[in-house]
Design a binder for this molecule. Structure first.
Ligand code: KG4
Ligand code: ZN
Length: 336
């Protein structure tokens, strides 16, 4: 094994083209090119995302290597997001990573995007095992039990929409630009979370459902707009605060249940929605009350980034868990 392990990591599962260099588990660089092209469509347009990845990938990798002060010949392995995600987007990252690894004659490492979101906690910190992670992103909502870096079990997940999707869809109904989650967060801070009541789905075990809240907000807005066409304008902050309160309550109820039933006190949140200030506050308060050690990744490691792919690649490299050159990306993936 080389003295220093330098992993070049590529993330291209959705609408961020990102490249990072991770040396011996430490992030040296993490470049992210966010694709603005989707904003005017109110959601990610898969074909435009693939094209933007194609345009961005070489300059982003170049920037990551320059930032890290690294030459290509210093790279020990190339990690890439293999699944899940938009297939066209994944293909760009996968082809690039394969070509790069082959040209340098170094191992190729296939990474599961959701596992990487969890391992983002190990970039600057080192939670003890067993560790419980609530991963909340635009495409997923999962409670994951981690027994070691690479031994993880999904205890429960959403049966329909993800938490981030609920934020984004409600934001769209309110006329806010995509992705709406951060704006709902911002406006919620100025509103009253108790002003409007939305239902919390009663789900078995550790499952989630967020399609009900979306529908109830839709009917609620339609009914109120009939009586007052300016209803949204006049109540924007309170609507955002009330919706956010409901989503957070749904998430925290299941997280508390999982922590209690598994006797775990090391608890974290990950994924794009873990950037939400209300969720961060809620987990800190619950943690203080229940004696948890709470883990929240740095802001830039919450939303999609290649640093988390790099740290996962690093742990896989240590185990010799390499991919074959015939590996191909998949849009949906079962947990490894
Ligand atoms: O993990 P991520 O970057 O991409 C996926 O893998 O999906 O998550 C993106 C999601 C979007 O739905 C976005 O609206 C949401 O994370 N998000 C937030 C906030 N920041 C990002 N949702 C609520 N509050 C935020 N501050
Ligand atoms: Zn993600």
């Amino acid at each position: 094994m080389p003295k220093q392990i330098n992993i070049l990591a590529i993330e291209s599962s959705c609408d961020e083209t990102s490249a990072a260099v991770v040396r011996d588990g430490k992030v040296l660089s993490n470049e992210i090119a966010t694709q603005q092209v989707h904003e005017r469509f109110g959601g990610v347009v898969p074909e435009l995302a693939s094209r933007a990845h194609m345009q961005n990938i070489v300059p982003v990798v170049d920037a990551a290597l320059t930032d890290a002060g690294l030459d290509k010949k210093d790279i020990s392995g190339v990690a890439f997001t293999q699944a899940p995600g938009l297939l066209g987007s994944l293909l760009v990252g996968a082809c690039f990573a394969k070509a790069f690894a082959q040209a340098l004659n170094v191992p190729l490492i296939a990474v599961h995007h959701m596992q990487a979101h969890v391992l983002a906690h190990f970039i600057d910190d080192s939670p003890e095992f067993p560790f419980l992670c609530l991963t909340v992103s635009g495409g997923h909502t999962q409670i994951v039990l981690c027994r070691s870096h690479l031994d993880m079990e999904v205890l429960g997940e959403t049966i329909d929409d993800a938490a981030g999707e609920a934020f984004d869809k409600v934001a769209k109904m309110l006329g806010l630009p995509y992705p709406g989650g951060p704006l709902v967060d911002k406006y919620a801070a100025m509103g009253d979370p108790m002003k409007f009541k939305f239902p919390i789905a009663e789900m078995k075990g550790y499952s989630f459902s967020f399609s009900g809240i979306k529908t109830s907000v839709l009917y609620f807005l339609q009914a109120n707009k009939k009586m007052n066409p300016d209803f949204i304008e006049h109540n924007l902050y309170d609507i955002c605060a009330s919706v956010q309160y409901t989503i957070i309550k749904t998430l925290m109820t299941k997280l508390k249940k999982a922590a209690k039933e598994h006797g775990i006190k090391q608890v974290g949140i990950a994924g794009g929605v873990s950037a939400n200030s209300g969720l961060r506050k809620a987990i800190n308060e619950t943690g203080a009350e229940l004696g948890w050690k709470v883990y929240i990744p740095k802001f830039e490691y919450c939303t999609d980034n290649a640093a988390m792919i790099g740290i996962t690649g690093y742990y896989k490299y240590l185990k010799g868990n390499f991919a074959d050159m015939s590996v191909s990306p998949t849009a949906r993936a079962t947990w490894q």
